[in-house]
Design a protein. Structure first.
Length: 468
């Protein structure tokens, strides 16, 4: 084989296992060795349990030798974001307030499906405390850094998962997205991430931030994300929000392309005032590429305008619900920014909350109607490339924490539509930029197919961070 195991995609590993060119044990050992050698520089993982990983890899190897794998992902290393409960491993959510003793007796639905599919759990990845912001550092685990430039953040809140992928520590990772937490780090770290339609991927326990929160796949290629979605979109009765399971092979539907598709391109969603010029230029070039692929691209802004106050009300109220009644000794352990958000959220009145929820419904309805005219909507994933670690925002404090530089992500948590971030180039400083592809509600397969078409056509895709 010309590539070392950590460089292989999930699809390539699966083929290598089937052909007996490589074993799951060899793949797991190579990933663990790479993590041990390099993760001190990145801090992508908050938990590594080599004994568990090796045990899972050994069981997988037996199945492949018997030509009886549990799924195409049998034996493939997967990282799990530390907001997702995992049987036998602490899920501390980046917080000193969570007791590591547990008990830790349950798997989240995504984790359970991956365990049933024979995946190898390579470890748990870092998150800001309770996933509250778009950069990844916490009182518990410290600062996670971007493999493209270790002085920069990998984004958040799925920053550990994105950094692990970019550093070639594993080919697959789970992320969560309540306001951009898959798409922001995918953009900053030069990887692919999909926020599926709400309810497509079952979640449990349900997020305290409510029905803006999604769980989805992160990877280095679109095919790998589709393979992962095939597994994690399987049903789980514990999630009463989950949509009825529709058996779909997302990987098999990637070749439908975008020829003849109607695509809206909105470089600022009609209201975003501060977009870094290099980001805007790279995303505009990516939109042009869709025209070259045969799509009909129209520059047009969707309805709704600035919905940041709607989102702020719902998100801050969720933080107040989660943390506002903690005893003072626990509050003192919180990230100061999160504590402030929780205290502000606790003061939001029921009338204000219900008004925001009604406004959300009107916005979601308007977007559904807008998308009747278009198959996809293209925007930047984030308004800026990765910025220095330790910052909450590179654009100053507007009272909305990280929302000023994420104007393209949280609107589609409000609408619950599928939305992906795919790399579309590098800035002059060598930092990745992401293109966001938003689809019609429930059209996760279409978003993946559009991303796959762009992936094949874009020369920037698949580049590796310097030194990795």
């Amino acid at each position: 084989m010309t590539k070392e195991p950590p460089e292989l995609t999930a699809a390539e590993l699966s083929t290598a296992f089937s052909n007996r060119d490589l074993s799951p044990v060899e793949a797991a050992e190579a990933c663990l060795m790479r993590i041990e050698a390099l993760d001190a520089e990145i801090n992508a993982f908050c938990l590594i349990d080599a004994e568990v990983s090796r045990g899972q890899a050994e069981e997988s190897e037996k199945r492949w030798l018997e030509s009886a794998p549990l799924s195409p992902l049998d034996g493939v290393p997967v990282a799990i974001k530390d907001l997702l409960v995992t049987k036998g491993w602490p899920t501390r959510r980046g917080s000193l307030t969570v007791d590591p003793k547990g008990p830790w007796t349950d798997d989240a639905p995504t984790v359970a499906r991956l365990r049933e599919a024979g995946a190898v759990f390579i470890g748990k990845t870092t998150t800001p405390e309770f996933g509250w912001k778009g950069s990844t550092d916490s009182p518990l685990t410290g600062t996670t850094r971007n493999p493209w430039n270790k002085q920069k953040t990998p984004g958040g809140s799925s920053g550990g998962s994105a950094a692990a992928l970019a550093a070639r520590f594993c080919p697959l990772a789970l992320g969560t997205d309540g306001g951009g937490s898959i798409r922001i780090p995918a953009s900053f770290s030069g990887v692919f991430g999909l926020k599926p339609s709400f309810g497509r991927v079952p979640a449990w326990p349900l997020s305290p931030f409510g029905t803006v929160a999604h769980v989805g796949p992160m990877s280095r290629t679109v095919l790998d994300a589709a393979m992962l979605l095939n597994v994690i979109a399987m049903p789980d009765a514990r999630d009463w929000h989950a949509m009825p399971h529709a058996p779909t092979d997302y990987a098999a539907e990637l070749e439908s392309g975008v020829h003849g598709k109607r695509i809206a391109f909105s470089p600022r969603l009609g209201y975003a005032k501060r977009v870094v010029p290099e980001v805007e230029a790279l995303v505009a070039a990516a939109a042009k590429r869709f025209e070259e692929l045969g799509a009909h691209v129209e520059q047009v802004d969707p309805p709704g305008g600035d919905v940041s106050e709607i989102f702020r009300t719902l998100w801050w109220a969720g933080a107040g619900f989660l943390l506002g009644d903690l005893p003072e000794e626990k509050k003192a352990q919180l990230d100061p920014g999160l504590r402030q958000m929780a205290e502000e959220g606790k003061q939001i009145s029921l009338k204000t909350y219900l008004s925001a929820n009604a406004a959300r419904g009107a916005y979601g309805s308007a977007m559904r109607q807008f998308m009747e005219h278009y198959d996809f909507l293209l925007t930047p994933s984030v308004a800026t490339p990765a910025f220095d670690v330790g910052q909450l925002s590179p654009m100053g404090n507007d009272g909305k924490a990280w929302m000023q530089w994420t104007p393209f992500s949280f609107p589609f948590n409000l609408t619950q539509q599928p939305a992906a971030s795919i790399p579309c180039g590098l800035t002059s400083d060598g930092l990745p930029v992401g293109l966001q592809i938003v689809g019609r509600m429930f059209d996760d397969a279409g978003v993946l197919a559009a991303a796959a078409a762009y992936e094949l056509a874009d020369l920037h895709f698949g580049k590796t961070p310097p030194g990795f």
